[in-house]
Design a protein around this ligand. Structure first.
Ligand code: NOJ
Length: 467
């Protein structure tokens, strides 16, 4: 499957308030269907004070008026299904907004320090201690992310029970699955022991490392499988994709109950053949990889791999076996925009609105956009014709339907990543000099400009029948 990620705030505004909304998403579903995607995943649109772009949820079973109504959500699901698109919503079980009524009505559903201060040395993902003082009760609560996002206590059986109801609420409304947020943070050490000092760099990049700690106790508790099993029990037939910020070889307790987990090793791999090959091999070995190269948290492709390599990166993403996630705007070649001060962790850059057409604000809104519209190099969607980035993505997704078989990495030139998928060969050059394509590659079915069955220029990539 190809899953298209919609960041609702920046997709399409339907009412002129400058903020994208659910009716806007519905109005643009034809774009997603024409791309050839199989499903849409919507980042959160629930009632939220938006301290973390909606990942601070104040009510899991409603729609924020900024984004529309429950009826709009129903209409979106129906319209997606009419087009053959499955619908994934984004659920956030690790923490709520501090404004969620649960925080006052069920304080025992959260994690508290038993002293007048932080319980331990844990650090929050976006900086500072993981503990803050609740001004109302005077007690200190745990938050793995912003202080506005208190962590739920998944060791209290009431929490999985309540969360199961949340999943069933949306399943009853017709959603087909969920992207589940921050699962490695769901279960911590039951004794809340300190994290030890780090002996090396973190396995995946961290936003803040000022603590110099190895996050051994503050995440990924050994009994995490019990909580993941409870999520699965609430949604036995749904597609469940976990956001688990760990290396592929640590994902087994999660994958036992989920369909897939994002492969963050590939998303973060430096764009060189050896680390890219290693990330692919490690994730492919799980057999349950959800491949992803960008999302609303990390730099967009031109900024991460360099403009020269964007087409090859897309070709890689869309030829790997399993689930492939395309972040809105990547199909237009969008690059990062300026930081305009909404997200305290600096992620505005990756969240600029879609550029649809040549009208003011590129058709995103008739009002003042909440974040400025930044035109992609190939122009807005309506201007992208044969040979454009949008055309490249459509062609890749169409060809993806023909690819069968497991992934078998091929040897060859040091700067070339190449693999077989059954009857097809995929190859891309990540180096700075021209390199030979693998001997197994026949005349390309798809090739970046200048790439052939014999030679791959820097940034060149091909999909060929195997000879
Ligand atoms: C991952 C989400 O993608 C990110 O946007 C959010 O800040 C954290 N989880 C916390 O919910």
């Amino acid at each position: 499957m190809v899953v298209y990620q919609v960041y609702p705030r920046s997709f399409q505004d339907s009412d002129g308030d400058g903020v994208g909304d659910l009716d806007g998403v519905t109005a643009r579903l034809d774009h997603v269907a024409a791309l050839g995607a199989d499903a849409v995943w919507l980042s959160p649109f629930y009632p939220s004070p938006l301290a973390d772009g909606g990942y601070d949820v104040a009510d899991y079973r409603d729609v924020d008026p900024l984004f529309g109504t429950l009826a709009d959500a129903d209409a979106l699901i129906a319209a997606a299904h009419e087009r053959g698109l499955k619908v994934l919503f984004d659920v956030v079980p690790c923490h709520t907004s501090i404004e969620h009524p649960w925080f006052r009505e069920h304080p025992d559903w959260y994690v508290w320090s038993d002293r007048d201060g932080p319980q331990n040395n844990w650090r929050a993902t976006f900086g500072g201690p993981s503990w803050s003082r609740d001004e109302v009760s005077g007690r200190w609560y745990l938050h793995s992310f912003y202080p506005e996002q208190p962590d739920l206590d998944w060791r209290n059986p009431e929490v999985p029970r309540a969360f199961g109801e949340v999943l069933r609420f949306w399943l009853d409304r017709g959603v087909d699955g969920f992207r589940i947020d921050a699962l490695d943070r769901l279960m911590k050490d039951p004794q809340l022991r300190d994290d030890p000092p780090a002996s090396g760099p973190p396995p995946l990049p961290e936003a803040h490392m000022e603590g110099g700690l190895e996050q051994r106790n503050s995440r990924n508790a050994p009994d995490i499988g019990t909580a993941i099993a409870q999520l699965r029990a609430a949604a036995p037939d749904a597609l469940l994709v976990g956001e688990v910020y760990l290396l592929s070889n640590r994902l087994q307790p999660y994958l036992e109950h989920l369909d897939a987990c994002f492969c963050f090793e590939l998303l973060h791999a430096p764009w060189r053949a050896e680390p890219v090959r290693a990330a692919i091999a490690a994730a492919a070995a799980t057999g349950q990889a959800a491949w992803v190269l960008s999302n609303h948290d990390f730099p967009r492709l031109p900024d991460r791999v360099g403009p020269r390599n964007v087409r090859a990166a897309a070709l890689l993403l869309l030829t790997l076996p399993g689930l492939a996630f395309v972040y809105q705007g990547d199909e237009l070649g969008m690059a990062d925009g300026p930081d305009e001060g909404h997200d305290r962790a600096g992620r505005d850059r990756h969240r600029h609105p879609m550029a649809w057409d040549a009208s003011p604000n590129a058709g995103f809104t008739t009002g003042t956009p909440w974040l400025s519209v930044v035109a992609p190099a190939d122009g807005p969607a309506s201007e992208q014709r044969d040979g454009s980035m949008l055309d490249w993505y459509r062609s890749l997704i169409a060809l993806r339907r023909e690819l069968r078989g497991d992934l078998e990495l091929l040897g060859g030139e040091p700067d070339v990543v190449a693999f077989r998928r059954g009857e097809h060969v995929v190859a891309l050059n990540l180096g700075d000099a021209q390199a030979a394509a693998p001997a197994e590659a026949g005349e390309p079915l798809l090739a970046t400009p200048g790439a052939t069955a014999r030679a791959l220029p820097p940034g060149g990539a091909i999909v060929s029948p195997a000879t």
